[in-house]
Ligand binder design. Structure first.
Ligand SMILES: Nc1ncnc2c1ncn2[C@@H]1O[C@H](COP(=O)(O)OP(=O)(O)OP(=O)(O)O)[C@@H](O)[C@H]1O
Ligand code: SF4
Ligand SMILES: [Mg+2]
Length: 342
């Protein structure tokens, strides 16, 4: 297996919680990301999935150095991004680009498509000589399936799916190695989502890109991901290949998320057990003791409140090779086979 290009180790981001208007006293912290580790290899896709507020976008911003970590490391080819600044950081940033969730707000309405897609060349002029940029932008539009003749149009003249293609073209401009896509299709109609995901798959192949593909819905990432990490309240609770996560999940939270994914076959859908999680997601400013999922877990016992389960292959599976033996942060991990494949 190839060496990882990105190694994230025990990443932590706490946002201070303050009180008072004038004398802002620190009264606590929002533990948005609280000990996250994963690797990303060249050309692979890691899907990150979890409910709203679990820390997905904060992970993305930390990787892009738009936020600085409270603790932990983000190693890009062995070098810690969190420790870089100035020119060294700029050089790394060129290789890690982002595609944002909302193509309606992430494109400047007063800029033409040509200026939006060519903007990275203003920040990194060494990437393309001035005289060649217009032609490069045309090529990028063509690559993402847009008519290069549209180069002088404005974002409002495009549909949601087309706008996201513009966002992807901008992400490709500097020929990056990694694209962090934060819910790139969540704001789009279901019919358009598949087109954009297919485009991203084609581009991955064509440009040997590694993707960190963030979504809140497990059904979207399956198609594109080689591996998946499921997040809950600032932590990864289960991680594995698509087969391990979708067909052999062992963490109750993953099992609950999967039970909510629609199944096209009405007969199977009828037979399937739907797990409805009780209660709301606890505040990341005050996470539960022990296992963070215990306040909503139907299997919780005393041990769960006392001991924080590590993200590791559960003991029950350690000696058993097979798809159940993958990291799962649960004291009572067990396989729950799904009735249907997606
Ligand atoms: N700049 C900030 N200051 C304080 N709290 C923040 C800040 N950014 C994020 N948070 C908090 O951190 C937690 C994680 O937020 P984040 O945006 O990473 O979640 P998410 O998984 O991307 O959610 P969504 O699916 O809604 O996009 C939330 O409780 C959020 O309110
Ligand atoms: S450790 Fe306990 S509370 Fe947490 S997921 Fe497992 S059974 Fe549920
Ligand atoms: Mg988000």
């Amino acid at each position: 297996m190839a060496e990882p290009i990105l190694q994230v180790r025990d990443l932590v981001k706490h946002f201070p919680l303050t009180h008072g208007l004038l004398l802002r006293r620190r009264v606590g912290a929002v533990r948005a990301v609280d000990g996250v580790s994963f690797d990303l290899r060249p050309g692979e896709t890691l899907g990150i999935v979890g409910e709203s507020g679990c820390g997905k976008s904060t992970v993305a911003k930390l990787l892009m150095a738009l936020e600085r970590p409270t603790a932990g490391q983000i190693l890009y080819k062995g070098e810690d991004i969190a420790k870089l600044s100035g020119r060294a950081l700029k050089a790394v940033r060129r290789n890690i680009q982002m595609v944002f969730q909302d193509p309606y707000t992430s494109l400047n309405p007063r800029m033409t498509v040509g200026d939006i897609v060519g903007e990275p060349f203003e920040i990194h002029p060494e990437a393309a000589p001035k005289g060649s940029r217009r032609q490069k932008v045309r090529e990028l539009l063509d690559v993402v399936g847009l008519n290069p003749e549209y180069i002088n149009r404005y974002p409002h003249q495009f549909s949601g799916g087309q706008r996201q293609r513009i966002g992807i073209a901008r992400g490709l401009a500097l020929n990056p190695e990694i694209i962090v896509a934060d819910e790139p299709v969540s704001a789009l109609d279901v019919s358009v989502q598949a087109q954009v995901v297919n485009l991203m798959e084609r581009l991955q192949e064509e440009f040997s890109l590694a993707y960190l593909f963030i979504a809140h819905d497990l059904s979207i990432v399956r198609h594109i991901s080689d591996r998946i990490a499921v997040m809950y309240l600032g932590r990864i609770v289960e991680t594995g290949t698509d087969e391990e996560i979708y067909d052999h999940p062992t963490h109750p939270y993953t099992q609950a998320l999967l039970s909510a994914v629609p199944v096209p076959d009405p007969e199977l859908s009828h037979r399937r057990e739907r797990i409805i999680l009780a209660g709301d997601v606890p505040s990341p400013a005050n996470p539960p003791s022990g296992c963070r999922f215990r306040t909503r877990c139907w299997k919780a016992r005393e041990l769960c409140a006392e001991v924080d389960p590590p993200l590791a292959v559960p003991m029950e599976f350690a000696g058993l090779p097979g798809p159940g033996a993958h990291p799962s942060a649960c004291h009572f991990a067990e396989e729950k086979r799904r009735v249907a494949r997606m």
